[in-house]
Design a protein around this ligand. Structure first.
Ligand code: ADP
Ligand code: MG
Length: 367
């Protein structure tokens, strides 16, 4: 039907219609002579490139090609016109010097005798699509990076577990060997055994920290008594001689993962012990305020060096010769797993104060 209608309207009308379609097209449509000079230019081209027909007609087509794309000049119909280019993606140059991503279709124009008299170009603006594609590619790259990181994480966990068992065996065997070696008169031997024990314990601590840092499971929230948890931590990690620990807020109740809270306090209290080689007071407090439970561990030790204060929570950051640098990173992970926050500052009388804030009502909490 449509064909019949077109035929009825006659050739002249058809050409006028075609001209109207070209004129109102959103795509840039232009043509150029064999010498590369532009001869037709529609309104879409004006919108896309910023040149009015009166200024661009008669100019070389290479004005539309950015410097770094000049080698592809033929795509704008600049060189050979005999070939057809279909949906080629490249960049065009606007009058204001900015660039526009375009998909180009270039076709030869023949005269009635069949010889090539130029080339027509249709350029579609694909800047938006390119932007979305770039964003997608970026997102994909991020995903790949994450996957790689999580593979590294898994590896660390596997190594941690693989080390833990043999190290446990070494520690047990060392204990047995020591029991048999009571009756010797080699003073160096005890020194060797002490070092074996120290180094093995250090490796075991590192594998435990790696496992703790990498562990993925969500906290299991239960009601807890602050005083009881602190007492348990102090029993497992008693203060070295010269350090006097005081605990405030014994009766404070809170909701947290028991194992993780024990680890958090153990890491903080251990750091405090290590910061006080000459002993001194260590204050551990628990208190409740507007929807939060606040726990502080405040020592009177060497204090925080402002030059590294920002980095203390980073995994593997340590200033200690035998540190793992994972203690505070574990504290941060576990606390944030409870939707809480960690902050570290210099204490009021020197030393350091670490504050943990845990929301009082945590989702999934047992009433
Ligand atoms: P590690 O104890 O293995 O070094 P941590 O993550 O527990 O790793 O601590 C990182 C660093 O933060 C420590 O090496 C130390 O420099 C600093 N730090 C942590 N706690 C204290 C503290 N109570 N006083 C002073 N510095 C501290
Ligand atoms: Mg530590």
């Amino acid at each position: 039907m449509a064909r019949h209608f077109w035929n009825l309207r006659g050739k002249r009308d058809t050409q006028e219609l075609l001209a109207a379609i070209v004129a109102s097209s959103d795509d840039a449509i232009f043509s150029r002579a064999p010498d590369g000079i532009i001869c037709c230019w529609n309104a879409g081209a004006e919108r896309m490139f910023g040149y009015g027909a009166e200024e661009i007609v008669g100019q070389p087509v290479k004005l539309l090609i950015p410097e770094h794309r000049r080698g592809e000049g033929r795509l704008f119909g600049e060189v050979s016109a005999g070939e057809l280019v279909d949906h080629y993606e490249t960049e065009g140059l606007r009058k204001d010097g900015s660039q526009v991503w375009v998909s180009l279709t270039v076709s030869p124009v023949h005269d009635q005798a069949g010889s090539i008299v130029g080339a027509s170009t249709i350029a579609r603006d694909i800047t938006e699509r390119k932007r979305v594609e770039d964003e997608l590619a970026e997102a994909q790259a991020t995903l790949v990076r994450r996957e790689r990181l999580s593979a590294v994480g898994e590896m660390a966990t596997v190594i941690g577990h693989e080390l833990r068992n043999p190290l446990g065996a070494v520690i047990n065997l060392l204990f047995l060997a020591r029991n048999r070696l009571t009756d010797h008169d080699d003073p160096e031997l005890d020194g060797y055994l002490d070092r074996i024990e120290r180094e093995t314990n250090r490796a075991a601590a590192l594998s435990d920290d790696l496992i703790a840092y990498m562990q993925e499971h969500d906290p299991v929230i239960v009601p807890l008594d602050f005083g009881a948890v602190v007492a348990e931590v102090l029993e497992l990690t008693p203060p070295p001689p010269g350090i006097e620990v005081s605990v405030e807020g014994l009766g404070v109740d809170l909701q947290a993962d028991r194992g993780q809270l024990v680890q958090i306090l153990t890491k903080l209290i251990t750091n405090a012990y290590q910061a006080m080689p000459d002993g001194g007071p260590l204050r551990v407090t628990g208190s409740k305020s507007d929807g939060f439970v606040e726990i502080t561990v405040e020592d009177s030790g060497v204090g925080i060096d402002p030059a590294v204060a920002e980095r203390l929570l980073e995994p593997f950051f340590t200033t200690k010769p035998t540190g793992t640098g994972l203690g505070l990173a574990i504290v941060k992970r576990f606390t944030e797993g409870h939707n809480g926050t960690v902050s570290i500052e210099g204490g009021p009388t020197g030393g350091a104060r670490v504050t943990i804030r845990l929301p009082h009502a945590i989702a999934g909490a047992t009433p």
